[in-house]
Design a protein around this ligand. Structure first.
Ligand code: PLP
Length: 402
């Protein structure tokens, strides 16, 4: 038999959203080489990694250059020093997670994509619409059926479970990318309840938990009673500590979590020890430093910087009469593509016009799903200078629209 490709790749819609954004910017720049572009599209950070974390990395780098300090392949789940540090961080939310249930990885995206390996190919997926595209594309690549729960203005972009909702594996993301919406404990408890009653499994993406300010918003799904029996949680150092390039994340799979009488944690261990050889010792030492008092303090300075960026953008939109959400407990602002119901554009038209007229690049809401049509995502991860400049340019753009 001649080799054949995975036919499910043909079912993927167009290119990955951020590749398409990149393609359009490149085309614009080729035509307008002198235009000054402000990138608020891809959610990459701009603050450098704090010195205390860099110092930890340098020490680790020196260490591996010595006979005594050399580190080769590490333990399958990650070094205990980092798993214990993560467990300590959870304790701060009042959540006890044993280090045995924590798996260190090279980032949340890998784990989100790989977790499908341990579930039956027939298991379907439920996501919100709009949604972080990696959940959907990973499911499609492995031939899973995808169901959608509409995130709308009416439900505050936070759909709740309903009788008869389908989807065996439920992806929830709070604080949400792209809408910036956050679930309260009560909302999350409804999902946990639904999952337990209906034999579903929740994958809780907590990549943005560090941005939470309100005390009623849970940082972890394990703050909810009963979640250990129905959920796993994925988190990342990317946005918290500027590790988008360094790469480190972690996944918590409680030992209580069973599917069809089989331990999900044990399967994940098997999967990871077979197909993943760990993130580097140097990176794990850097991640450990994030949880030291000095690390936490330095990280908080950067998070506050991004929060202020979000406030600058949100204030500008309020002033211009543009409906929007997010920004308070999340680094994303989700805005309508116009100043009133009469002049709302579709998302890609707004993207093109905004680039054309202001040089600002955002992310079209429709790229996150049908439910994102007519919306646009801005990130708070730019530099302060660019954020202030973008706010000024957008102020003029919206004034001209009225
Ligand atoms: N989950 C969400 C919701 C994200 O927005 C992102 C990145 O933007 C990720 C996961 C991926 O994070 P990482 O850089 O750890 O792979």
């Amino acid at each position: 038999m001649a080799v054949r490709t995975n036919a499910h790749f043909q079912e993927l819609k167009g290119s990955y959203l951020f590749s398409e954004v990149g393609r359009r910017i490149a085309a614009f720049q080729e035509k307008n080489p002198d235009r000054d572009i402000i990138r608020m599209g891809i959610g990459d950070v701009t603050r450098p990694i704090p010195q205390v974390i860099v110092d930890a990395m340098k020490r680790a780098a020196d260490e591996v250059g010595t006979k005594e300090g050399f580190h080769g392949y590490g333990p399958e789940q990650g070094y205990l020093f980092l798993r214990e540090a993560v467990a300590g961080y959870y304790q701060g939310f009042g959540v006890t997670v044993p280090p045995e249930d924590i798996f260190i990885s090279d980032g949340a995206k890998s784990d989100l994509g790989n977790l499908g390996d341990i579930f039956d190919a027939e298991c379907s997926v439920l996501v919100t619409d709009p949604v972080y595209p990696a959940y959907v594309d990973s499911a499609v690549m492995s031939g899973r059926k995808v169901f959608y729960a509409a995130a709308t203005v009416e439900n505050g972009f936070l759909p709740l479970p309903e009788e008869g909702m389908q989807g065996d594996i439920i992806f929830l993301c709070s604080p949400n990318n792209p809408t910036g919406a956050v679930m309260t404990r009560e909302m999350l408890a409804q999902w946990v309840d639904f999952a337990r009653k209906n034999g579903r499994l929740i994958v809780f993406d907590a990549a943005y938990e560090c941005f939470i300010r309100d005390s009623g918003v849970p940082h972890s799904i394990f703050e909810i009673e009963g979640a250990r029996e129905c959920a796993m949680e994925i988190c990342s150092f990317s946005k918290k500590a500027g590790f988008t390039g360094l790469r480190c994340g972690y996944t918590v799979v409680p030992h209580e979590l069973m599917a069809g009488g089989i331990s999900v944690r044990d399967l994940w261990f098997r999967r990871q020890s077979t197909r993943f050889n760990g993130t580097s010792y140097i990176t794990q030492r850097a991640a450990e430093a994030v949880f030291t008092p000095e690390g936490e303090e330095a990280v908080e300075v950067n998070l506050e910087y991004y929060r202020e960026n979000a406030a600058i953008l949100s204030d500008m939109l309020t002033e211009c009469g543009v409906k929007h959400t997010g920004g308070k407990n999340a680094p994303y602002i989700w805005m309508q593509c116009g100043t009133s119901e009469e002049n709302v554009m579709d998302s890609w038209e707004f993207f093109d016009r905004l680039v054309e007229e202001t040089g600002i690049v955002g992310t079209p809401g429709s790229g996150f799903g049908k439910g994102g049509e007519g919306y646009f995502r801005l990130t708070a991860f730019s530099t302060r200078k660019n954020t202030v400049e973008a706010a000024e340019r957008m102020r003029r753009f919206f004034a001209a629209m009225k």
